[in-house]
Write a protein that binds this ligand. Structure first.
Ligand SMILES: *[C@@H]1O[C@H](CO)[C@@H](O)[C@H](O)[C@H]1NC(C)=O
Ligand SMILES: *[C@@H]1O[C@H](CO)[C@@H](O)[C@H](O)[C@H]1NC(C)=O
Ligand SMILES: *[C@@H]1O[C@H](CO)[C@@H](O)[C@H](O)[C@H]1NC(C)=O
Ligand SMILES: *[C@@H]1O[C@H](CO)[C@@H](O)[C@H](O)[C@H]1NC(C)=O
Ligand SMILES: *[C@@H]1O[C@H](CO)[C@@H](O)[C@H](O)[C@H]1NC(C)=O
Ligand SMILES: *[C@@H]1O[C@H](CO)[C@@H](O)[C@H](O)[C@H]1NC(C)=O
Ligand SMILES: *[C@@H]1O[C@H](CO)[C@@H](O)[C@H](O)[C@H]1NC(C)=O
Ligand SMILES: *[C@@H]1O[C@H](CO)[C@@H](O)[C@H](O)[C@H]1NC(C)=O
Ligand SMILES: *[C@@H]1O[C@H](CO)[C@@H](O)[C@H](O)[C@H]1NC(C)=O
Ligand SMILES: *[C@@H]1O[C@H](CO)[C@@H](O)[C@H](O)[C@H]1NC(C)=O
Ligand SMILES: *[C@@H]1O[C@H](CO)[C@@H](O)[C@H](O)[C@H]1NC(C)=O
Ligand SMILES: *[C@@H]1O[C@H](CO)[C@@H](O)[C@H](O)[C@H]1NC(C)=O
Length: 403
């Protein structure tokens, strides 16, 4: 009798310890194909309300999760949440858009992280509905400090906006990115940008409603940081600091009137160790003209643009370091047929090219056209070989030039 009591007491102590142990632990939830998306949403909402749980880990055991489109797949991001699977799970949106997910990030979400790891997102299909995205992050307030991370995820066979980040303002002064796309592959299988819906169709869309709220652009510390590493993708949006490293942009064909590769406005864009290869654009340049660019160790190869300059920069500065251009065909009419058109503003903008090689290329106009009122030009170690240009190789029409 006594031993039994003692045993029970020990068991009680053990359970208590276990409870205390779990109190500070992540809650692991195993998800199998029995759980619907709605169940998962309920699990997240339920566990988020529990005071005993700090972190939610959803462990997917099966190979495929069919994303349901009867229910609202929306939840709040209050605690650290991880979606992962050891062998890789497929989130199948079943060729429909109604499985769209919205994740609310409310004001004051600090030191929180949501991670998607080893997940393939497939078969999202949205042709007509604007404002419908595969996964939207609805970020309220300005006092947030959170991270959204996609690790080793793949997006394929999708049509429409995949990731949408709607934010109000980010006051965080840390250099840590808010969104990390690490080793993700965005493959748009058999989807090109050349249909009439394409100009509302971006893979990643970032939009700030700060402007609409305060009627001014935010200061430079109030920006959304996006870090894309080792990924393949297309981005659009405005007022963000973008850093793209170790990424490849291959085999992109487009007829969009908007910039083909990055349509990001009023932003600082740093592109390093990247390769742009086999790209054809009928109507547009590759990048939005109203951002500041810095390219370092970037290769541009086999690129054809039919009616605009490959890179067109207006009232902003641009730097190229250790860049290599080869087989660039500028097929537009002479005044829209340059590898680079740089237009400075009255206040001055800089064009810097250091250790840049341009070879085996053709242009119907000036290969490099420099215009505007105050161009600060710094060219060093610029090698230009085998160019067929109907205009000048470099034509500088700037009014004031400081070299
Ligand atoms: C949850 O899963 C992770 C990864 O498999 C493991 O390291 C951790 O110990 C688990 N936690 C609990 C409370 O089971
Ligand atoms: C939510 O939590 C309550 C109480 O802990 C539980 O009874 C309920 O079954 C949970 N619901 C889900 C969907 O997990
Ligand atoms: C997300 O936030 C909005 C407004 O703050 C709210 O209307 C909506 O119900 C929230 N979504 C969820 C899933 O709680
Ligand atoms: C992702 O998949 C790889 C290979 O299957 C595995 O090594 C890794 O541990 C997985 N990640 C997680 C978080 O399970
Ligand atoms: C990424 O996930 C896939 C399965 O989805 C796995 O095969 C691969 O090994 C993973 N890679 C890493 C680096 O975890
Ligand atoms: C949540 O994740 C963040 C970022 O990784 C970390 O700093 C924080 O300690 C985590 N919180 C909990 C309760 O685990
Ligand atoms: C997103 O947040 C805004 C502002 O808080 C809210 O009005 C809107 O309903 C939210 N959207 C969703 C889908 O929860
Ligand atoms: C992709 O397009 C090619 C050429 O049109 C076609 O042969 C192939 O079957 C398509 N694949 C899928 C999965 O639709
Ligand atoms: C941005 O933050 C830095 C460091 O806190 C500060 O020195 C700088 O003045 C801020 N810039 C603006 C425009 O507020
Ligand atoms: C990206 O790839 C490079 C080269 O393979 C590797 O050194 C780097 O660690 C990767 N980045 C991350 C965040 O995994
Ligand atoms: C330059 O970028 C390429 C990828 O395009 C990479 O393989 C190489 O290591 C980079 N070189 C340096 C010096 O970082
Ligand atoms: C010049 O740029 C090329 C890439 O185009 C690179 O391979 C080379 O190392 C660079 N040279 C110097 C001196 O940085």
């Amino acid at each position: 009798m006594i031993t039994k009591k003692k045993y029970l007491f020990q068991l009680y102590l053990y359970l208590l310890l276990l409870l205390i142990y779990f109190k500070v632990q992540a809650k692991n939830v195993t998800i199998t194909s029995k759980e619907t998306t709605e169940d998962i949403v309920h699990i997240i909402e339920n566990l988020s309300l529990s005071k005993d749980i700090d972190e939610i880990k959803l462990v997917f055991k099966d190979k495929i999760h069919k994303v349901s489109f009867e229910a609202n797949n929306n939840f709040n991001f209050y605690k650290n949440i991880t979606f992962y699977s050891i062998d890789g799970i497929i989130f199948d949106f079943q060729k429909h858009y109604s499985g769209q997910m919205t994740i609310n990030v409310s004001e004051g979400t600090t030191m929180k992280k949501i991670v998607f790891e080893n997940i393939s997102f497939i078969n999202f299909k949205n042709l007509y509905n604007t404002g419908v995205n595969m996964i939207s992050f609805n970020i309220s307030g300005e006092n947030n400090n959170f991270q959204i991370e996609f690790k080793n995820c793949t997006f394929y066979n999708n049509i429409g906006n995949l990731l949408y980040f709607r934010y109000e303002g980010i006051k965080k002064e840390s250099v840590q990115p808010h969104v990390i796309l690490n080793d993700c592959k965005f493959t748009i299988f058999n989807t090109t940008f050349n249909n009439c819906y394409s100009y509302s169709e971006f893979l990643i869309h970032i939009s700030s409603y700060y402007y609409y709220k305060y009627n001014k652009f935010s200061d430079t510390n109030n920006t959304f940081n996006l870090l894309i590493e080792n990924s393949t993708f297309n981005v659009s949006g405005g007022e963000i600091n973008v850093s793209i490293t170790n990424s490849k942009f291959h085999n992109i064909n487009g007829k969009t009137p908007t910039p083909l590769i990055l349509d990001i406005i009023y932003s600082k864009i740093k592109i390093e160790n990247c390769e742009f290869k086999n790209i054809k654009s009928i109507l547009s340049s590759l990048f939005n003209e109203e951002s500041i660019y810095s390219f370092r160790n970037v290769t541009f190869k086999d690129i054809t643009v039919n009616s605009k300059s490959i890179i067109d920069i207006l009232y902003n500065s641009i730097t190229f370091d250790n860049c290599f251009f080869s087989n660039i065909l500028c097929n537009g009419e002479s005044e829209h047929s340059s590898l680079l058109t740089f237009t400075s503003s009255d206040y001055g903008n800089a064009l810097k090219m250091n250790n840049v090689t341009i070879e085996n290329s053709k242009s119907n106009g000036n290969l490099i056209l420099i215009k505007g009122n105050m161009s600060n030009i710094e060219l060093s170690n610029l090698n230009i070989n085998k160019i067929y240009s109907y205009g000048s190789v470099i034509n500088n029409l700037s009014l004031n030039v400081s070299k």
